[in-house]
Design a binder for this molecule. Structure first.
Ligand code: NAI
Length: 334
């Protein structure tokens, strides 16, 4: 099968060549887009990562395309409806990095609760061993609110329990047997926001989860509470978040994902000003405000990025492509 792989990073080409013998492969470091689509001309399969926007136009630009193998769990960067209409199968990597993202979530949490990043800055700034205002707090006995108790959320809960935290959770489909076995209770989102010292998001980006944390409910969070987002930027209304943080209502935010994060990758593209993109400018500006805020720790969507998780991603992606080529698609979205 002719396969084009986009968004490749160091080492991925060699690994995929080994995992995909017998296919005609081409590799591109750039994302799949209307501009880069000609590189995949005649390909029956493409593999992309979250930086690729696989829009209806991109799909239409590749008439031979039959399979999109995304090297991610999330698929909000792909026009799934249009892919289905065109008979293009979309395969994902359903379970990579569940432990990986959960561990990173605690990395952000501990950075905020123990001011690790500020402490390091203190030394870099030359103010050696001045520890005023670096006092933090223990996670033990604090209440963690987990929104989304799927694979990652459940690993977060397991780690939280090991820290001795109280856990409450919210999910469209509560796993009550799991909750009973692991000693936590489900509640609705307003109830969770009111009771949690730290709220962490692990739900996918869907129409229903867009701005699940918004101007109407963010002030329900406790004074000084933390918000952690390692799921998708769209879950949080950036405007509301900036207000809650800069007013001091929230004590800290840890964000691996941002609304409009693609615009941060290619800020210059926004200079091709289109009036309908004025809101994107605002979000871009607000993202910079968040980056500069002393009580915010932002990372560039790297929660998944460990040797173990990337190995799992590549192995599953290759298996998805090989299975599709054999006529028995795996991990296909229906
Ligand atoms: P999962 O599918 O196992 O779990 C998602 C959970 O969210 C499910 O229990 C589902 O019922 C729940 N949910 C769906 N809609 C909801 C709503 N409206 N309110 C409350 N709960 C809702 O997914 P998994 O593997 O745990 O991943 C979660 C998300 O994490 C992914 O969708 C992806 O966007 C993100 N992710 C981020 C990574 C990063 O590098 N930052 C890496 C991998 C995943």
């Amino acid at each position: 099968m002719k396969v084009a792989v986009f968004n490749t990073q160091a080492g991925e080409e060699a690994a995929l060549r080994e995992l995909l013998p017998g296919h005609e492969l081409s590799f591109f470091t750039e994302p799949l887009s209307l501009e880069s689509a000609p590189g995949a001309a005649g390909c029956e399969a493409v593999s992309v990562f979250i930086g690729s926007q696989v829009t209806a136009q991109v799909i239409d630009a590749l008439p031979a395309l039959k399979c999109i193998a995304t090297r991610s769990t999330g698929f909000d960067h792909i026009d799934l409806g249009h892919a289905k209409e065109k008979g293009v199968v979309v395969c994902t990597v359903p379970s990579y990095g569940s432990r990986t993202v959960a561990e990173f979530t605690f990395g952000l949490m501990l950075n905020l609760s123990r001011k690790i990043f500020q402490a390091r800055l203190r030394l870099l700034e030359g103010a050696r061993y001045v520890t005023d205002d670096l006092r933090g707090f223990d996670l033990h006995d604090k209440t963690l609110g987990v929104i989304g108790t799927g694979r990652i959320g459940k690993n977060v809960i397991a780690i939280a329990k090991a820290f001795g935290m109280e856990v409450i959770a919210s999910d469209l489909y509560p796993d009550t047997a799991y909750a009973e076995a692991h000693g936590f209770a489900y509640t609705d989102i307003p109830g969770l926001l009111k009771r949690s010292d730290i709220v962490t998001l692990h739900a996918p980006a869907t129409k229903e989860t867009r701005h699940i944390i918004n101007a109407d409910n963010i002030m329900l969070m406790k004074q000084g509470a933390f918000l952690i987002n390692t799921a998708r930027g769209d879950l949080v209304e950036t405007d509301a978040l900036v207000r809650a943080l800069t007013s001091g209502h929230l004590g800290g935010v840890g964000l691996d994902v941002l609304e409009g994060e693609d615009d941060l990758r290619e800020e210059a593209e926004l200079l091709a000003y289109k009036p309908e993109r004025i809101k994107d400018f605002k979000t871009l500006y607000e993202n910079h405000l968040l980056m500069d805020h002393p009580n915010a720790i932002l990372t560039p969507h790297v929660a998944f990025d460990t040797d173990e998780a990337v190995h799992e991603i590549l192995a599953t992606t290759a298996d998805n492509i090989n299975s599709f080529a054999r006529g028995v698609p795996k991990n296909a979205l229906t």
